[in-house]
Each structure stands twice: as C-alpha cells, then as structure tokens.
Design a protein around this ligand. Structure first.
Ligand code: SF4
Length: 327
C-alpha cells in the first residue's frame, strides 16, 4: 500500500471551559481525545457518529481551522499540526472543506462569480480573465449554468447552493476534501444528486474525501472505509462492507439498527440504543459507551478497552473482543 495521503496520530482537541467569578479554566471539553486514522489517496473514509461525538471538531482540526491541543497530522508527507497560518497557506490549496449549510458558508453579499474567484485570488492564481474562465468551467463541472455567475446565493435552491460550495472546494484542485455533513440539510430527493456529483468528481479528479455524517445509510453510499466515532474517540473502523456485515462494537450495531427499513411490515431485529451522548467535559470512566451499552460486563466501567486489529483491516475498541479470544 502507498503512503497514506493523511495520517492522524493520537490527535487531541480540548476546548477550555471557563467558569467561576474570575472565568478561570477549570475544565476542558475533550471534543477530540486521541484519534488515529488514515486516508489513502483517492479513497473516501466515512466518519460517523451522533451529534456531539466530536466528528465536526475532528474535521476542522485536520483542516487546521482549529489548532490541535496535541498529536500529529501528517498530510502529503508533511507534519502540519503546528504550522503557522502563513506556512499553512500553500497547504490550504490541497485541503478544502464542504460545509453542512451552504447558505451559512457562502457570503450572501457576494455573487457566485466572486465567491468562486475568491480562492483563486487568495492563492494568486492567473489573471482576471483566466480566473473568470476557471469560474465558468467550475460552474459547468458542478452542473450549474454560466449565467449563475452574476447571481447571489439566496437566488438558488439548497441543492444548487451546495453545488456552489462544491465548486468553491474544487477551485484549487485540492487533494483532500473534508465533507462535513454535506447532504444533511437537503431534501432526500436532492441528497443522491449531490452524492453522485461527489463520486463523479472523485473519479474524474482523483480526490480523497473525509466524509462526515451522522447517517450510516448516507455514508455507505460513498465510503470505501468507515470509522465510527463516539465521545472523542474512534471505536470501530474498517472496510465499508465489513462494517455493515460484521459490526463488532455495540454502538456501531445501534447505528446500523437506526437505518430505516423500507418495509413497513419488517421490524428491527435488535433494539436501538436510547439516551444521549454524555458530556465530553466529564466522560464516563472505562469504556465511554458503557452507561448506554446493553452488553456491558465486568471490566467495561473501569478499564478502557484497547484497540484491537481483527482480520480484514478491521479495528475495534471493545472488551467483547477479549471474550471471543478467550472462548
Ligand atoms: Fe459495551 Fe463493554 Fe464493549 Fe464498551 S467495552 S462497548 S461497555 S461491551
């Protein structure tokens, strides 16, 4: 296997929580708490978890929109976790983001032409004529008419606005795009159009995606591998087909069970886990999932499970794998 495009080692992002009369930092929100992952060139890694599990913070940390507390981010052979904003500028061409809400991520007072030209200006690419030609080409690539160039974001539908966001993300020919819930705010009928566009662009331009979503059904459609995140940590990771067919972690099983079954007469085979993700300020001891886990036993509340590599490049952090070894 080639060197990965992206390698994240023991990455942590702890936000200080100020409290008390003098607003001192007494606690930390451990949004990302020791994450390891890799993305190969040209592949899609789906990153899945409930709201509040830290996946958006992780994506923004990798893109260096947030500064990590500790750990390493190796991108395209370079360690970037502590580069200054100036040193990050050329790397930002290669790492782009697509956000959940295109209306919030697009400047409402700028025309689409100005929005798409902005990254070309920031990175000092071409002259005005060549940049405008590139903008027209980008609109064509994402399936929008050239006349969109002089219109404003509010004049477009949600799906069209996400196409503008995608055009902006690919403007500098990036290597990695971090897609943060890119279809969650869209109608179901539009979601598949945007997902298909992302797949086409990946095939045409050799893009790599870190695809963040709370919905495993959406991620299955696009991912080569899937990483499941819970309370700041990756708790299971493996090839997409293996995760769906042989999920080992009870949390992953619950996410799979939450996928709607398109048959009103068929009932889910297993219970869907209830309750909310605990606070990352004071996470549970031992396995962080143990207060909600229907399979918890002896060591779960006191000892954090190690990450074990199973056959088929399948990694799981759960004490149940130790029981299987012993039997
Ligand atoms: Fe459940 Fe224990 Fe596995 Fe955690 S380690 S997921 S509590 S069985």
């Amino acid at each position: 296997m080639n060197n990965p495009l992206l390698t994240v080692n023991n990455l942590k992002l702890h936000f200080p929580v100020k409290s008390g009369l003098f607003h001192r930092t007494r606690l930390y929100n451990r949004a990302v708490d020791g994450v390891n992952l890799q993305v190969q060139s040209g592949e899609t890694l789906g990153l899945v978890g409930e709201s509040g599990c830290g996946k958006t913070s992780l994506g923004r940390c990798i893109a260096r929109l947030y500064n990590p507390t500790s750990g390493e981010i190796h991108f395209d052979g370079q360690e970037i976790s502590h580069l200054t904003a100036k040193a990050m500028l050329p790397i930002r061409q290669d790492i782009q983001m697509i956000f959940q809400d295109p209306m919030e991520s697009l400047n409402a007072r700028h025309t689409v032409g100005d929005i798409l030209e902005e990254p070309l200006i920031i990175h000092k690419t071409g002259n005005q004529a060549s940049r405008r030609q590139r903008v027209r080409s980008l609109l064509d690539i994402v399936g929008l008419p050239t006349r969109s160039i002089s219109r404003y974001p509010f004049e477009f539908s949600g799906g069209q606005r996400q196409r503008i966001g995608i055009a902006r993300a690919i403007a500098m020919n990036p290597k990695l795009i971090i897609c943060d819930e890119p279809v969650s705010a869209l109608d179901v009928s539009i979601q598949s159009q945007i997902l298909n566009l992302l797949i086409e662009l990946q095939q045409e331009f050799g893009l790599s995606y870190l695809f963040i979503a709370h919905d495993l059904a959406v991620v299955k459609h696009v991912s080569d591998r899937i990483a499941i995140m819970y309370l700041g940590k990756i708790i299971e990771e493996g090839p997409s087909d293996l995760i769906y067919a042989q999920a080992m972690h009870p949390y992953t099983e619950s996410l799979i069970n939450a996928i709607p079954i398109p048959d009103p007469h068929r009932k889910p085979e297993r219970a869907i886990i209830s309750g909310d993700v605990p606070s990352p300020i004071n996470p549970p001891t031992g396995c962080r999932f143990h207060p909600r886990c229907p399979k918890q036993f002896g060591p779960c509340g006191g000892t954090e499970p190690a990450t074990r590599m199973l056959p088929g490049q399948h990694q799981v952090s759960c004490h149940l794998t130790e029981l299987q070894d012993a039997s």
